[in-house]
Design a binder for this molecule. Sequence first.
Ligand SMILES: C[S@@+](CC[C@H](N)C(=O)[O-])C[C@H]1O[C@@H](n2cnc3c(N)ncnc32)[C@H](O)[C@@H]1O
Length: 433
Amino acid sequence: MTNDELGLERKPTPSQLAPQIPLPSFHGARIIVGKNGERGPRRWHLASSPSPPPSSDMAATYAPGLHMLSTQHHTKQAPVAKRLRAEPPRPNAHKRPADSDELTTPPERRVWPLTQHAIARHNAEATKEAEPVSAPPQATPAWVIKPSKTGLGMYATATLYATDTILSEDPLLMTRRGATPGDVRAQLRFAPSENWLELLNLCVGAGDGEPRAAIECLLDTNGIPCASEDGDNPPYGIFKAASRINHSCTPNAGWYWCSVKKTLLVVAYRKIRKGEEITASYLPPEALCASRAERRERIQLGFGFECACAACGVTSSKDSDLQRAVIARVLAAGKYMDPWVSGHLTSVSHAKAAIAAMRAEALWPVAAELRMLEYYVHAAWREDAHAEEAAKNALAALAAVRGWRAARKHFVAQFVKDVTCWASYGVCKSAPK
Ligand SMILES: C[S@@+](CC[C@H](N)C(=O)[O-])C[C@H]1O[C@@H](n2cnc3c(N)ncnc32)[C@H](O)[C@@H]1O
């Protein structure tokens, strides 16, 4: 995907910013035509394979939904199967069930599995990589904290480009929901006294309306999730600079926690002009696809303020609501993998419409998931060229919002090679040497 297709304006360093992604070539490019002329995805199984293909966490997440569509017979052994057979089965490897119609598929998969999985892999790889995980933060910060229309805010002091790491910051304090003032004191006992001062300087919002101690309101107002996975009570970090970033329903930046470096990275999602406010979303990506009224209600209930972002500020948000509804419908449909991929051309056209809406609304946080949904359909129907293109786009979209520049080439190659849901389809083989 080109930068233009992504809708991103990047720094003019093509060799850095457009790495060659060594995607696998896809094998077995046949549209299956049944006896009655129907076209559909084939069942796939390793006819002569003595052992099930190895799997990964990803397979556990995705494969069940995909197996239902991938258990017809191949006349030709997919090269990937040979490769997989050569590897010893892992003890906990996901067992591909026998070629049977009794496969049960959990109807719902996790909402952002690609993202979660990819972050985990990326963080794991970062320990091995000599290359930095992402572009190192600039020596002179390209931002400044200054008054905004909603208290203080972060502003760009230079032009920033998509995938730029705006800020890399360690927390003043790590906490969890329900932390008491005593917990905070215990954590800060050995911290430099400036941390206390910085902490007490942060803004205290109204929170969700529950009566609380001021310190708890402060933690609620300024906490940023510091875990790559959703848990019941994920850790939150309080940051001197990142906690000053205001919310927007069309964020131009976003943060993610690098669990290897134990640091928060703030990444530009698109070009941010000098003087423009840097914003992130306090809502999860799928919630950004709700209507203006719903988003505002959620912000009010969860964070206790009335959203004054640019997307909410427009008097008539009808068009925006319609565009976001298109995206929301596709994300909802994509949770049910079987009907989604069975829909074939309808699903592809829905995915394309959602991608267009995402671009119109500049909702980059959902780009990777939409591209992935498009990929699944093409892969299931053995439309290899389209599948490869969609996979490339999905990875590029994911890399763009995570700021993976330096590590992207390596990571993408690794991801493509390992991601078991792709191999499960029997459509890909290892990259040509
Ligand atoms: C994490 S702080 C952000 C920095 C804060 N503006 C400050 O002065 O330190 C969150 C608080 O900022 C304000 N805020 C953030 N985004 C906002 C938005 N889109 N509309 C209105 N207020 C917002 C709210 O008061 C919220 O409780």
